[in-house]
Design a protein around this ligand. Structure first.
Ligand code: PEP
Ligand code: MN
Length: 361
């Protein structure tokens, strides 16, 4: 189903569609000095759009929730002193009014907000008749319809300068990513609304600095338009998202390492499918390792119990029963008896090794 949105192509500070369009700045505005120093260094590198969170949606209370509106004059100074465009997150009517009052140039809707149609509608109503670019992050859950719904709500309120930010999706259990990219979702959004600009947020996908280049390169190989990267003058001291922030100098290095390939649609799609599947495999393998780690921790607890109660490590009947049950369950999952037997023998042996260590400790 094609989506009919009334969109207007727009240029962000003249950067337009020159790829990659780069937005950078700290996760949170913390102090006036931090904001101005970061902006100054980014401006020196030619970055034209400055991002900074003023109100921070934190998963748990008592974390740093942003400086609030006292940070807005700092963004105004960035604009005045460096001529950069400023961007911040809005999650409610109050955020919208305050941001507009201080001349913020670009608004974005955060992932948690996009997941909530009431909140998106409230923001859309508050923006009715205002001509400002709005970037919409994917919802935390991998639901492309919900993402599209947010674009429709904003567009119905007359906002025509819309773009998407892909920041990955929540998942239960440990993975190498803070938010798994699930590239097929932004790809599907682009298929449904081809004229939409797509900006990838490697910072919130990765959660740590070391994966940023990989994800940024991948976004460019998918022919996405831009990157929004959290950048801080002193990342380790950042009040939010410290482990994923990088200095402006590191950002420059990252951008210098990006290979910009020509967009050859057929090849891109082929590459995408294969790489997407490989990424999924990597994610599952990573989960498997996490599960094995947890399983061995339990084995060691059992080892302690056996030690304290003078019970032998191996009870053949339990092992026999366990293997039989696993083979039976695996059959329903299309996994062969041979494979499951080998796999659980190896797991069982590793358990015994862990317990033996506990016994002898
Ligand atoms: C952010 O960009 O700082 C942010 C809070 O992002 P998200 O909504 O993607 O979690
Ligand atoms: Mn952040």
């Amino acid at each position: 189903m094609g989506i009919n949105l009334d969109l207007e192509p727009f240029m962000l500070n003249g950067v337009g569609h020159e790829r990659p369009l780069v937005m950078a700045g700290p996760c949170s505005a913390e102090t006036e000095e931090q904001v101005l120093k970061t902006a100054s260094q980014l401006n020196d590198m030619g970055i034209k759009i400055f991002r900074a969170g003023i109100w921070k949606p934190r998963t748990r209370p008592n974390a740093f929730e942003g400086v609030g509106k006292k940070g807005l004059p700092w963004l105004k100074r960035v604009k005045e002193e460096f001529g950069m465009l400023t961007a911040t997150e809005v999650a409610n009517v109050n955020h919208v009014f305050e941001s507009l009052k201080y001349g913020v140039d670009i608004l974005w809707i955060g992932a948690r907000t996009t997941a909530n149609p009431f909140a998106v509608q409230e923001i859309a109503d508050a923006l009715n008749g205002v001509d400002i670019p709005v970037l919409i992050k994917n919802p935390v859950n991998p639901d492309v319809e919900l993402w599209i719904g947010a674009f429709e709500r904003l567009n119905n309120a007359g906002i025509k300068k819309l773009a998407a930010i892909h920041r990955g999706f929540s998942s239960y259990g440990k993975t190498i990513y803070r938010n798994v990219p699930q590239w097929q979702i932004p790809i599907e959004l682009k298929r449904r609304i081809p004229e939409l600009m797509m900006i990838t947020d490697p910072s919130h996908i990765c959660g740590s600095r070391d994966l940023l280049l990989d994800i940024s390169q991948k976004a460019m190989d998918l022919n996405f338009d831009g990157l929004i990267v959290e950048t801080h003058i002193n990342p380790d001291k950042a009040l939010s998202d410290a482990s994923q922030q990088i200095t402006p100098a590191t950002l420059k290095d990252l951008l210098d390492h990006l290979i910009m390939r020509k967009s050859n649609v057929e090849n891109t799609l082929l590459l995408t499918t294969l790489e997407e599947l490989r990424h999924e495999i990597d994610t599952y393998d990573d989960k498997l390792l996490g599960i094995l780690e947890c399983r061995m921790a339990i084995s060691r607890k059992i080892g302690e119990y056996k030690k304290n109660n003078n019970i032998t490590i191996l009870q053949s009947s339990r092992w026999d029963e366990m293997l039989r049950k696993r083979i039976e369950d695996a059959e329903k999952k299309n996994l062969s008896e041979e494979f499951i037997t080998k796999l659980f023998r190896a797991i069982h042996q590793e358990s015994i090794n862990h317990q033996t260590k506990v016994m002898n400790a």
